[in-house]
Each structure stands twice: as C-alpha cells, then as structure tokens.
Ligand binder design. Structure first.
Ligand SMILES: [Zn+2]
Length: 181
C-alpha cells in the first residue's frame, strides 16, 4: 500500500459521530514499519482492532493488537518473528479550552479542542508496540530443546566460549587483578 494512504488510516475521526460504539481495523504491516522508521523493528504484520465508545464529548478507545513483529535476535542477530497479542487504551476528552489542561501528564488521556475533527494515533500506536515488546528477544528452542538460532553464529559463539574456558590459569589469575572497566 502507498505510504500516504497507510499514514492517513491513523487519522481517526472522532468528532461528529453518533454516541455509541464505532469500530475501525488497521493493518500494521511492512508499510507501517517503513513509515515509523523504528530502529528496533523494520517489519511485522499486526491486526489492530480499534473500538471507540463515544459518549458526547468523551471517547474511550480500546486498541487490540494481534500478530507478529520482526526484530533482531539478541543471540544471533538474525531476524526473528515475535508474536504479539496485547491491548492498550486511550481516553479522549473534547473540551472548549484545551490549553487549560496542558499540564496533565497522563499519556493515555488526551484533551483536545471540541472542534478538532480527528486525532492522529500513529505515534501512540507504534509506542504501544515498542512498550509491549519483550525485554529479551531470542529464537525459540525446537521440540528437542535445541536453539533455532543461526547455526553458524551459534557455532562461533560456542568456539569463543570454549576458548575462554581454556585460558591459561596464570593469565586468569592476572586478569582477576585488573579492575573491570
Ligand atoms: Zn537467534
């Protein structure tokens, strides 16, 4: 999909809608990750279901994410698919004078002018994805408990580890005297 069209999907119309529930679904795909230019993530395929509950000047928004993102493995640096299944929420209040609320610091509460026709949720969405990422990303083990990391890199890592274990004990003792950086 063209980048401009994908970007526009994240402009959510909230004003002039009838009270009640409104649903929108968006795909966070390769085009989305290309636009977001996140260092950590460059690809993925997430279904984002947005449910808006509109009650006059209050909009409750629920975001349900399901799918996967592609990130570099912490062990072998090859790409790995990270499954994602999480939710976020946002409350939008439409007020006459939003400047009076500019000190509020809740990221999940937006106070905007009552004449604003739409909100831009693009940054909110990608920050939600980043926050939901696991701390450690590694290729999973297969059914036999063996790592599915790049075997070449795994082999090199094991070689290095073996060398470290073989180190001359005298040098080892000396090394202990050197303060760690
Ligand atoms: Zn790996």
């Amino acid at each position: 999909m063209e980048k401009n069209l994908k970007r526009e999907e994240f402009l959510l119309r909230i004003n002039g809608l009838a009270n009640g529930t409104h649903c929108v679904s968006i795909k966070c795909d390769k085009t989305f990750f290309d636009i977001a230019q996140m260092e950590e993530l460059h690809d993925g395929d997430l279904d984002l279901q947005i449910t808006m509950e509109i009650q006059d000047k209050n909009v409750q928004i629920r975001f349900d994410f399901k799918g996967y993102v592609v990130a570099a493995c912490d062990r072998c640096l090859d790409d790995v698919r990270v499954p994602m299944d999480f939710s976020e929420h946002l409350v939008v209040k439409l007020v006459e004078n939003p400047a009076a609320f500019e000190n509020q610091e809740d990221d999940n509460l937006w106070i905007i002018g009552e004449k604003e026709p739409m909100i831009d949720i693009f940054h909110f969405v990608y920050e939600s994805i980043l926050l939901a990422m696991p701390m450690r990303i590694v290729h999973p083990d297969d059914e036999n408990g063996n790592s599915t990391c790049n075997p070449e890199i795994l082999g090199k890592l094991n070689e290095l580890k073996a060398k470290d274990d073989d180190i001359d004990p005298r040098w080892s003792a000396l090394k202990d005297l050197i303060p760690n950086e």
